[in-house]
Each structure stands twice: as C-alpha cells, then as structure tokens.
Design a protein around this ligand. Structure first.
Ligand code: PNS
Length: 173
C-alpha cells in the first residue's frame, strides 16, 4: 500500500464506472489522485472547475482520494506529484488497443511509472461519460450510472428532463 496512484482522464462527467475503478485502486494503493486533463482542443460539457468541484463533493471526507488538473505529459505530472502508478480502467476489448498504445508510450517516456489496468464490475462495462450525456439529453434516466451530484449538475445544465413515453422522446437540443 506504499504507492500513490494517478487516475487520469477527462471525467466529463465522472461516472459510477470511474468510482468503481477508484474503489478498486484504493484497495491496492495508499491513495488515488484523480487527474483531470486540461485540453483546450476539446469542448467539454463541464468546465474543468465544475469537474473538480463534482469530484470533490463526491469524495468529501475521504482523504485518500484527491483531485487535481494537469496539462502536458501525464508522466511528467506523475513524477511531479510523486506517483509511481497510473491506473486505467479496461471495460472491453475495444478499449485495449488505445490503452495499450498509451501505456507503452508512457513507459517509453518514463520507465519508472507503471500503468496498471483494472476492470470495472461487469455492470459498468458499457458505461461511458459520452453515453451518460447522450442518454440524459435524450430524456433517459442516468440514475445508478452516475453519482447523485452529477445527475443534479446535468439537470442544471440541461434543465429537468420530463418523463416521456418510450418512443416519444424528443431531443432537448
Ligand atoms: O478519459 P480519457 O479522455 O480517455 O483520458 C485520456 C488521458 C487524459 C489519459 C490521455 O489523453 C493523457 O494522458 N493525456 C496527456 C498527454 C500525454 O501524456 N500524452 C502522451 C501519452 S500517450
């Protein structure tokens, strides 16, 4: 339990799949530092500040989970904060190629930082931030897929989504 692990990503927004990986990380590592990439090329739904705030609220009272932002190379950030492990979730084979490339590139950039892959519970194997946003926007329920604070913030962004009969759901945008 000596190592500090970094869990990097976009977290736009954080989902219960991410929470599952963080819980698994905490069973192996001294702490998990969630590192949100600041990427000016992307147009996220939630600003970096909003994402930090959501994660802080989600892990309020748990000193083993920290949240931070970074830009530039992930391995440089890891070195700077004294983390020796990068944790990434692997949901399905489709994640593998991209993750494998990133892990090997990161190893080439800094062989002292190890990437560890963790599998979420099967019930989250189809879950992604992109799908959460799409389902919510189209009037579907995201309960049990995201922490309650995310559901509240989605409602604040898009307004309340009225329950509609299946087959009569309208796009809200
Ligand atoms: O949640 P995401 O969007 O799949 O996370 C991707 C992330 C943030 C882990 C990745 O884009 C990243 O590490 N970016 C930092 C830039 C970097 O270090 N690039 C070289 C390593 S491949």
């Amino acid at each position: 339990m000596k190592s500090l692990a970094i869990f990097p990503g976009s977290f736009d927004p954080i989902t219960n799949g991410h929470l599952d990986i963080i819980a698994r990380g905490l069973s192996v590592f001294r702490g998990v530092r969630i590192a949100i990439l600041v990427n000016p090329d992307k147009r996220p739904l939630f600003t970096v500040e909003e994402r930090v705030d959501i994660i802080r609220l989600t892990y309020r009272g748990n000193p083993r989970v920290q949240v931070d932002t970074f830009s530039g190379l992930l391995v440089d950030y890891a070195e700077r904060v004294g983390a020796s492990v990068i944790v990434r979730g692997l949901r399905a084979i489709s994640d593998f190629e991209y993750e494998f490339q990133m892990a090997l590139m990161n190893r080439r950039l800094n062989p002292r930082i190890e990437t560890v892959f963790m599998m979420p519970a099967e019930s989250y194997s189809y879950l992604s931030s992109r799908l959460v946003k799409e389902v919510f926007q189209l009037g579907g329920s995201v309960r049990d897929l995201v922490p309650p604070v995310v559901e509240r913030r989605l409602r604040e962004k898009y307004g309340p989504v009225p329950a509609q009969p299946v087959g009569r759901r309208r796009s809200r945008r």
